[in-house]
Ligand binder design. Structure first.
Ligand SMILES: Cc1ncc(COP(=O)(O)O)c(C=O)c1O
Ligand SMILES: *[C@@H]1O[C@H](CO)[C@@H](O)[C@H](O)[C@H]1NC(C)=O
Ligand SMILES: CC(=O)N[C@H]1CO[C@H](CO)[C@@H](O)[C@@H]1O
Length: 405
């Protein structure tokens, strides 16, 4: 019985050091079982990765990069796990792309080297980045960022900032225009600064996601544009007497790397990320087949509402992200007649696509539904842990994800 006394004495536990409290709460969230075990034992929502499909995707992209004479520098933001990065790099512990300094920190602590932090750096992040400068390259696309680095000075004694210049190949989010005089001057300031060296010219064609679904020739055109933009910029720099002999070139998004151009001459590296699992959006784009999608969000039926023809599930946007609402947030595997109509924070509602009556008998309370998510990077990011499953959907491994910013 909960009495005032026990309540008071339990408050004492709150006086434990905060770190101990955090550790214990994290440990409590870990699965109590040791693999292998069935997915029925998982608390939902949970994110699973189909090991075989993922390994197929991973080896296919590695083979493709080799056939194009490129190094694969996978973007690991899709999963943010040590095990995933080892698979993607063929256990090299090297050459990654990341999008946060906390990923950079996680992977450098795990002895990975040669990591591109591929978001232009702002001044607030410089000090933290400086501590990882032996292994982490930083990205810029304007002179203010560069001036902040230069006024900070060398990242460490007798060391230089290793600089990546982001090039815009048509996305219009970030990156320098390869044809602008300012872009040439930016590179000139990098190579003439005592505390910087130019490592790479990098582009990511995020607009490859915006083509009409299934228009593969439009994607191929964009993959040529990626290549041409960085090759052209490198040539322009050379013509302007900037020494770019050892400067690398990199391209990539999952749509463009899934449909690369006939050749990537002049390009050293590819850096797709999402291909690790693909997702429902990539399937519609034409990057993969539905059977290649390796990531699923598991949710359970929690209630039947015949009057409104709805099922409630225990997954809201905190379980799979709010992206892709207009496309049902992805699709429910093996239940093609159903669609996720709405996601709230921790609850979602499912109905039929065509308005016909739900066959409630098919979906008893407690039944697991498997969502092929709209955007796997966003869905996985909602979770601290990925459950890796074999062909029989037994959990065979549990991976911890790097967290935070
Ligand atoms: C700068 C940058 N590089 C590479 C990637 C990887 O592209 P994708 O997620 O299409 O594989 C991204 C993804 O957003 C990115 O922002
Ligand atoms: C990283 O390398 C150091 C030095 O070789 C080693 O002592 C340490 O255990 C390694 N850490 C990890 C997480 O692999
Ligand atoms: C999109 C993609 O590359 N899918 C491939 C994943 O791997 C399997 C097995 O090699 C291939 O059959 C798919 O084409």
């Amino acid at each position: 019985m909960l009495t005032r006394t026990t309540h008071l004495s339990s408050r004492r536990f709150l006086l434990l050091p905060a770190t101990l409290f955090l550790l214990s709460s994290r440990a409590l969230s870990a699965s109590a079982l040791s693999p292998p075990y069935g997915i029925d034992a998982l608390v939902t929502p949970a994110v699973i990765i189909d090991k075989q499909r993922m390994e197929n995707n991973v080896s296919k992209m590695l083979a493709r990069s080799k056939s194009l004479n490129c190094l694969l520098r996978p973007h690991v933001k899709t999963h943010k796990t040590l095990q995933g990065a080892l698979l993607q790099t063929g256990s090299k512990k090297s050459t990654l792309t990341v999008s946060t300094l906390s990923e950079a920190s996680f992977f450098t602590k795990n002895n990975f080297t040669d990591i591109v932090y591929a978001v232009p750096i702002d001044p607030s992040k410089i000090k933290r980045a400086s501590k990882m400068s032996d292994n982490v390259h930083v990205t810029i696309d304007n002179i203010q960022q560069l001036n902040s680095l230069i006024s900070y000075g060398p990242p460490q004694a007798n060391k230089k900032w290793s600089i990546v210049i982001m090039v815009d190949s048509g996305y219009g989010r970030d990156g320098v225009d390869p044809e602008d005089d300012e872009s040439i001057e930016l590179a000139r300031v990098v190579v003439s600064s005592d505390c910087c060296e130019l490592f790479m010219l990098y582009t990511h064609a995020g607009h490859s996601y915006d083509v009409s679904y299934g228009d593969i020739s439009a994607i191929k055109k964009i993959s040529e544009d990626e290549r041409d933009a960085v090759v052209k910029f490198k040539n322009i720099l050379k013509e302007n007497n900037i020494n770019v002999e050892n400067v690398k070139t990199g391209v990539g998004s999952t749509p463009t790397c899934s449909h690369p151009p006939s050749h990537l001459e002049g390009i050293d590296e590819m850096h797709p990320g999402n291909y690790f699992t693909y997702d429902f959006n990539q399937y519609l784009i034409g990057s993969c087949s539905k059977e290649d999608i390796a990531c699923k969000v598991l949710t359970r039926v929690v209630g039947h509402y015949p009057k409104t023809n709805k099922i409630q599930i225990d997954c809201g946007w905190t379980g799979t992200s709010a992206q892709g609402k207009e496309f049902g947030y992805g699709c429910i595997e093996d239940s093609e007649e159903l669609v996720i109509e709405n996601l709230k924070q921790e609850a979602g509602t499912v109905t039929t696509k065509d308005g016909s009556e739900i066959d409630f008998g098919k979906y008893p309370v407690g039944k697991i539904l498997k969502i092929l998510p709209w955007h796997s990077c966003a869905s996985i990011h909602q979770h601290r842990r990925i459950y890796v499953v074999d062909e029989e959907e037994r959990v065979v491994d549990e991976w911890e994800c790097a967290d935070g910013w």
